[in-house]
Design a protein around this ligand. Structure first.
Ligand code: ADP
Ligand code: MG
Length: 647
C-alpha cells in the first residue's frame, strides 16, 4: 500500500532579485498514516515552506508529491481545496482565527465548506470545544481568550472535518511553557487516537513528544530518527482519494450562509456600509423620481392635448400660397366646408372666421375675440352652452343677429346678472345673447378660452367682417385610426376646388405624437442622468469591496486553509457586493417614492411606475454583481500562503 505522504526531490524556489532563491533543495520524505512526526530545524531552514507544500497550501517548484498514492501536482484548485477540507487540519503558531467570529464559529468554519447545516456545525463545534475544555467559552471572540485557549480553538477547528492529518507549525511557539505542554499533550492524544500528526518546531523538547524526528537544515533533511515505533501504524488511512464531482452552482444553503456572512461583515462596518450605500441610494432614488417626473409631465401634456381633441384636423390657408383680397388671405370659403363635410370619415366640418371686437352692454365696454362659426361647433369641440342654446342651422340661414358668449365675457358685461335675452353691441351692431358657454379655462399657452363671443358664420361674414374668407376649417373625424387618409382626401379635394394646393393641415394626432416623442426624449435624458449617478454608486461599491478584500486578506487565507474553494470566496464577496447594492436599491426606491410624493404636494404631476422601480432595484443589484466581480475575483485568486501571512 502507498504511504500516506511521499515526497521525492521536492524543491521550492521563490522569485527574488536577479535570481530565484531556492529554499528547499530536494526533499525526500515518506510518512505513513498514523505516524506522529516532528520536523525540526532552526529558524529559516524551510520548515514552514515544507508544511505549506505538505498541506497543499502551496505547490512545489519541482519534484513529486504523492498523497495516498495520488499525484498532488495534477490536482486543480477545486481538488486541492477538497484535500485541505477533508484530509488536513492546520494548527498555526499565531492561531489564525477570524477575529470577528466567535470561538464556536471559528471551529465550525471548515464544515461550512463541507456542506454541514448550521445546527450540525454548532453541535459538532460545541462538542469539540467541550472535549478540549472550552465548553464555557463558545461565544467568546478570539481576543477574549488566552493564547493557550486560542490554540485549543484552532486544534478543534483542525478536527472539525475529521483532520486525518494534523499539520502543526510551531504550535507552542507563542505560548508559555504550561500552555505549550498542554497543547502538545492534546496533539499526542490525537496521535493516540489514530490521527497522523506532523509537528513543526525549532525546539528539541517539543520534538521529543513525537515518535519520529526529521531534522531539516538549510532546506535539506539531515537526519531522520525514529524514537518509538509508530503508535497506530496505518490507522485511518484514506482508501478512496478521488475528489467528488462537485457542482459549480451554489446550493440554497450556501447562498444563505453567504448572505448571513455578508450581513455580518456589513454590520461590523455599518457606517462605511451606509456611506457606500449612499451612492446607490441616490442613484436608484434619482432614477425613480426623474422618470416619475418625466412620465408625469408627459401624461399631463398628452392629456391636455387630448382635451383639445385628437380627432381634429385643422385646415388653414398656406401662407406661402396666399392670395390676398382686401387685406385677408382669400383661400378658404364656406362652400369648401360644405364640400369637406361630404367626405367619408368626416363627422363635422366647422368653418371659422375670427377677429377682435368691442363688445358693449350695460354701459360696459370690453375688447374680446369674436368667432363666426357653423352650428356644429359645440359637437366639434365637445363644448356646450351651460345656459341657453347654441345657434342652429336656421339661425345661419336667416342671418340671425344672435350671439353665444363665453363665461369671461358674461362676467365682464353682466356681472352676476342674467345675460340670456339681453342685447350686446359688437362693434355697434346689436346681437341678442341666446346662450352662455360653460367654462373652459385657459389653454396651455395661457389664453383665456372663455373670453370669446360666438356668432353664426353667415351673420358674421355679412355684418362684422364684411367678407367670407375663412381663417380655418376644422374637421372632426369619426375614426382616428384613418385620420391620415382623411387628411389626404381633404387636401386633394381642396386642391381640386382651388386649382392649386394652397392649404396646410394641422393634424392633432400627429402633434400629440410629436409632443409625446419630445417628452420621451426628456424622460430619457432625466433617466440617463439618474443612470449615471447609479453608475457612480456602482463604482463606490467596487471601491469599498476592494478595500474590504484588502482588509480581509488574512481572513480569506484562513478560509482557504480550512478548505474554502475559490468559488466560495468569490461567492462570498459577490454576495456582499450584491447585498450592499440591493439594500441601497430598496432604500433608494423608498426614497424616490417619498421625494415623489413630496413633489406632488407642490402640485408637480408625478407618475410612478412599478416596472421602473423594479428595474432600478434590479439595476442596483446587477451593478453590485458587475462591480463586485473584480474585487471578488481578486479575493478568490489570492495565494493561500500569502493571504495567511497578511495579518
Ligand atoms: P522556517 O519556517 O523554517 O523558519 P520558512 O520556511 O518560513 O522557514 O522560510 C525559509 C526561507 O524561505 C527563509 O529564508 C525565508 O526568507 C524564505 N521565504 C519564505 N517564504 C518566502 C516568500 N514568500 N518569498 C521569498 N522568500 C521566502
Ligand atoms: Mg516557520
Amino acid at each position: 500500500m502507498a504511504p500516506l505522504i511521499e515526497l521525492s526531490g521536492i524543491r521550492k524556489r521563490y522569485p527574488g532579485g536577479e535570481q530565484d532563491v531556492e529554499v528547499l533543495h530536494g526533499i525526500d520524505l515518506r510518512i505513513e498514516a498514523g505516524e506522529f512526526v516532528a520536523i525540526m530545524g532552526s529558524s529559516g531552514s524551510g520548515k514552514s515552506t515544507l508544511m505549506h507544500i505538505l498541506g497543499c497550501l502551496d505547490r512545489a517548484s519541482e519534484g513529486d508529491y504523492r498523497f495516498a498514492g495520488r499525484d498532488v501536482g495534477e490536482l486543480d484548485h477545486q481538488a486541492l481545496a477538497w484535500l485541505r477540507r477533508e484530509m488536513f487540519g492546520f494548527v498555526f503558531q499565531s492561531y489564525h482565527l477570524i477575529s470577528t467570529a466567535s470561538a464556536w464559529e471559528n471551529v465550525a468554519l471548515p464544515a461550512i465548506y463541507a456542506g454541514l447545516s448550521r445546527d450540525q456545525r454548532r453541535q459538532r463545534a460545541q462538542r469539540l470545544l467541550t472535549d478540549l475544555g472550552l465548553g464555557d467559552r463558545l461565544d467568546h471572540r478570539p481576543w477574549q481568550l488566552s493564547g493557550g485557549q486560542q490554540q485549543r480553538v484552532s486544534i478543534a477547528r483542525a478536527l472539525m472535518n475529521g483532520g486525518r492529518v494534523i499539520l502543526a507549525d510551531e504550535p507552542t511557539g507563542a505560548l508559555d511553557s504550561v500552555s505549550g505542554e498542554a497543547v502538545m499533550t492534546q496533539l499526542q492524544a490525537l496521535a493516540e487516537a489514530g490521527h497522523t500528526v506532523i509537528v513543526i518546531t525549532h525546539d528539541a523538547d517539543v520534538a521529543a513528544h513525537a515518535d519520529r524526528v526529521v531534522e531539516l537544515h538549510d532546506g535539506r533533511i539531515v537526519a531522520d530518527t525514529r524514537r518509538r515505533p509508530a503508535r497506530r501504524p496505518g490507522a485511518d488511512a484514506p482508501d478512496d482519494l478521488s475528489p467528488p464531482e462537485e457542482s459549480r452552482v451554489p446550493d440554497a444553503g450556501e447562498v444563505g450562509e453567504a448572505v448571513t456572512m455578508a450581513l455580518r461583515s456589513l454590520r461590523a462596518n455599518w457606517l462605511r456600509t451606509l456611506l457606500t450605500l449612499l451612492g446607490i441610494v441616490i442613484g436608484v432614488g434619482a432614477v425613480v423620481v426623474m422618470l416619475a417626473i418625466g412620465q408625469g409631465a408627459k401624461q399631463d401634456v398628452v392629456a391636455r392635448i387630448g382635451d383639445m381633441g385628437t380627432n381634429l384636423l385643422v385646415i388653414r390657408p398656406d401662407r406661402g400660397q396666399q392670395r390676398v383680397a382686401d387685406g385677408v388671405i382669400a383661400t378658404l370659403v364656406p362652400a369648401d366646408a360644405d364640400a369637406l363635410r361630404e367626405l367619408p370619415n368626416v363627422r363635422a366640418a366647422v368653418p371659422e372666421i375670427a377677429g377682435s371686437v368691442t363688445a358693449r352692454a350695460n354701459g360696459q365696454d370690453v375688447t374680446t375675440s369674436v368667432k363666426a362659426v357653423s352650428e356644429d361647433y359645440p359637437v366639434l369641440r365637445d363644448w356646450r352652452p351651460e345656459s341657453g342654446i347654441f345657434f342652429s342651422r336656421v339661425d345661419q340661414d336667416r342671418y340671425a343677429p344672435v350671439a353665444v358668449i363665453g363665461r369671461t365675457v358674461r362676467e365682464k358685461l353682466f356681472g352676476d346678472g342674467d345675460a340670456l335675452g339681453q342685447f350686446i353691441l359688437l362693434d355697434s351692431i346689436p346681437f341678442q345673447v341666446i346662450g352662455v358657454m360653460s367654462a373652459q379655462g385657459a389653454t396651455n399657452w395661457g389664453d383665456d378660452q372663455d373670453d370669446v363671443v360666438f356668432v353664426p358664420l353667415s351673420t358674421g361674414t355679412l355684418r362684422l367682417f364684411g367678407q367670407n374668407y375663412l381663417r380655418s376649417i376644422t374637421l372632426a373625424v369619426d375614426d382616428v385610426a384613418h385620420i391620415d387618409a382623411t387628411e389626404q382626401a381633404a387636401v386633394e379635394l381642396l386642391t381640386q376646388r382651388h386649382g392649386t394646393e394652397d392649404v396646410r393641415v394641422f393634424n392633432m394626432a400627429s402633434l400629440l405624437d410629436m409632443v409625446s416623442d419630445t417628452q420621451n426624449t426628456l424622460t430619457m435624458l432625466l433617466g440617463s442622468i439618474a443612470a449615471i449617478s447609479l453608475l457612480v454608486g456602482g463604482i463606490g461599491v467596487m471601491n469599498i469591496m476592494l478595500v474590504s478584500v484588502t482588509e480581509r486578506i488574512h481572513e480569506i487565507g484562513i478560509r482557504m486553509a480550512t478548505g474554502a474553494r475559490q468559488r466560495n470566496i468569490l461567492q462570498q464577496f459577490l454576495t456582499e457586493a450584491v447585498v450592499v447594492s440591493a439594500l441601497g436599491g430598496v432604500i433608494g426606491v423608498a426614497l424616490g417614492v417619498a421625494v415623489g410624493l413630496l413633489l406632488t404636494l407642490f402640485g408637480l404631476p408625478i407618475l410612478f411606475s412599478v416596472p421602473v422601480a423594479v428595474a432600478a432595484f434590479l439595476c442596483a443589484a446587477v451593478i453590485g454583481l458587475v462591480f463586485g466581480f473584480a474585487p471578488a475575483l481578486k479575493a478568490a485568486r489570492l495565494n493561500p500562503v500569502e493571504a495567511l501571512s497578511n495579518e
